[in-house]
Design a protein around this ligand. Structure first.
Ligand SMILES: C[S@@+](CC[C@H](N)C(=O)[O-])C[C@H]1O[C@@H](n2cnc3c(N)ncnc32)[C@H](O)[C@@H]1O
Length: 304
């Protein structure tokens, strides 16, 4: 492992090949603003390569490998920074292993502060033939921060309010509204300062309600990749919420490069790592193609 005086600040917008724990061990402290990543799930797939995580013999060894990696990731994250970890579970001999929570609790033990457990609901999840339990159509997205104080832009990821229907049984219901779809600020209660406290703001904020913890997002495909890739909208939500506009996003399991593509599109810098040279080349091609599309769109706009 490199000593502290050998640590480097890697050039931004670059991809690194190798075991993420060893690569991160060479990097300086407090570099990145947010990490958005999805490790290989336990015993799910062979990504080819001697350095891959996911094929450990026991759940404990898998958790230990990820804990080592996220310990280095913690060190390279700024004090205001955060980690979004997308992770699914696994059945073994008919029993659910509880892998996401095993990993989440281990990361809490090394200092990461768990702020949310988000359920990623997949409306287009693979049907299954099981008849003795419900079909799984979700994964977890854990939101951790490095410190108590951290960068979080709630306004950037608000979602539409649920409007009460004419028949709503909810107490108060539509009586809050001057007319359908209007907010109290614009309606009969405008000017009443009592209505602008925290609770009211949550319920009727003009930019929408605070983001909820169930995100319904369909699985996406990327033609070149033989494994599940991130839906871009999930990465977008995470980056907008926790990476400042000039900030740096890290994905230590870059795969096909989704995190980097979205980071660039949102004007952030990226750092990516993957143990497979083949995947890093695929990711680089995808990032280059995406930036060409963005710059040709910008040129078209300039001429309009
Ligand atoms: C689930 S895929 C990530 C997919 C990615 N989110 C995307 O959108 O394409 C997991 C990736 O982790 C990589 N990987 C596995 N073990 C690793 C390790 N020890 N260090 C770095 N990368 C690793 C695999 O090669 C694979 O590309």
């Amino acid at each position: 492992m490199a000593t502290s005086d050998q640590k480097i600040s890697p050039e931004l917008d670059t991809i690194h090949v190798g075991h993420a724990t060893s690569v991160l061990a060479t990097w300086a402290d407090d570099l990145v603003d947010t990490i958005v990543t999805s490790p290989p799930y336990y015993k799910q797939r062979d990504y080819q390569g001697d350095e891959q995580i996911g094929l450990e013999k026991t759940p404990g060894e898998y958790v230990a490998a990820l804990t080592d990696l996220f310990q280095e990731a913690y060190r390279v994250t700024k004090p205001s920074g955060s980690l979004w970890l997308v992770i699914g579970d696994k059945y073994d001999k008919g029993e659910l292993l509880g892998m996401p929570w095993r990993v989440a609790l281990a990361l809490k033990d090394i200092g990461w502060r768990l702020r949310s457990d988000v359920i990623w609901h997949k409306p287009n999840a693979m049907p299954s033939s099981v008849k003795t339990r419900p079909t799984t159509d979700h994964e977890y997205i854990f939101f951790f921060t490095k410190s108590k104080e951290y960068h979080y832009d709630a306004d950037a990821i608000r979602e539409p309010h649920v409007t009460f229907s004419e028949n709503s049984k909810m107490k108060g219901g539509r009586n809050h509204f001057h007319k359908r779809n209007s907010t109290p600020e614009a309606g009969k209660n405008s000017g009443d300062s009592n209505l602008h406290d925290g609770r009211w703001d949550q319920a009727f904020h003009p930019k929408g309600r605070n983001k909820r913890t169930v995100w319904s997002v369909s699985l996406s495909k990327f033609r070149e990749a033989h494994f599940a890739v991130f839906p871009e909208s999930i990465v977008e939500t995470c980056i907008k919420a926790t990476c400042p506009e000039d900030g740096i996003v890290l994905d230590p399991f870059l795969g096909s490069g989704t995190t980097a593509v979205v980071a660039k599109r949102l004007g952030r810098k990226y750092l990516g790592i993957d143990q497979s040279a083949e995947y890093t080349e695929m990711a680089q091609r995808r990032i280059d193609a995406a930036s060409e599309t963005t710059s040709s769109k910008q040129k078209t706009l300039e001429f309009d």
